[in-house]
Design a protein around this ligand. Structure first.
Ligand code: ZN
Length: 176
């Protein structure tokens, strides 16, 4: 029998959230009184604290939290997905839309830009000849209400710090 040495565990577990610690975070996000995202339906998020991997207001709020600790965090738009950009609206002639697209406010559209990149827009308003599209990030201008829980903390490896993101064991990692 050979003894397995786990080098990662030689480094002490961080006691609280601080820069360069890999955080596993459970969260629930409420916007406009509705839960719109939750790690109970998806996976908890895993990221390196202090690397701007998550929105600034949330990163700021979780410093010094310990494993098992929970917190309610309000993130204003300025520290979340930004304010609504009035220049991110565009008027497009109705005839440019295929007939099968319902032209109603709130309809989400997937489009290609000049470079063939996929971009998303929401119909903001419709009149006789034109459709106004909103290219803002959907959560721009929104107050975000998070319920968070720290699930795990571990030191980031030198390679993870070098790359600025988490390398998930057991998953293929595409070099960047
Ligand atoms: Zn990497």
């Amino acid at each position: 029998m050979t003894k397995k040495v786990n080098r990662v565990n030689e480094q002490a577990k961080p006691q609280q959230v601080e820069d360069n610690v890999v955080v596993t975070l459970r969260y629930e996000l409420t916007v406009d009184g509705e839960v719109i995202d939750s790690s109970d339906n998806d996976e908890p998020i895993v990221f390196i604290q202090g690397q701007q991997d998550i929105i600034p207001g949330l990163e700021k709020a979780i410093y010094n939290m310990k494993v098992g600790e929970t917190k309610s965090v309000h993130v204003p738009p300025e520290e979340g997905y930004g304010l609504i950009d009035p220049d991110a609206f565009q008027e497009v002639s109705r005839d440019e839309f295929p007939a099968d697209i319902p032209l109603e406010p709130g309809i989400e559209l997937e489009m290609k830009d000049e470079d063939g990149e996929t971009i998303f827009a929401v119909i903001s308003s419709v009149d006789k000849d034109t459709v106004k599209l909103d290219f803002n990030e959907p959560l721009a201008g929104k107050d975000l209400y998070f319920e968070v829980e720290i699930m795990d903390l571990r030191p980031a490896t030198a390679e993870e710090l070098d790359h600025g993101h988490v390398h998930d064991d057991g998953h293929m990692h595409e070099e960047d």
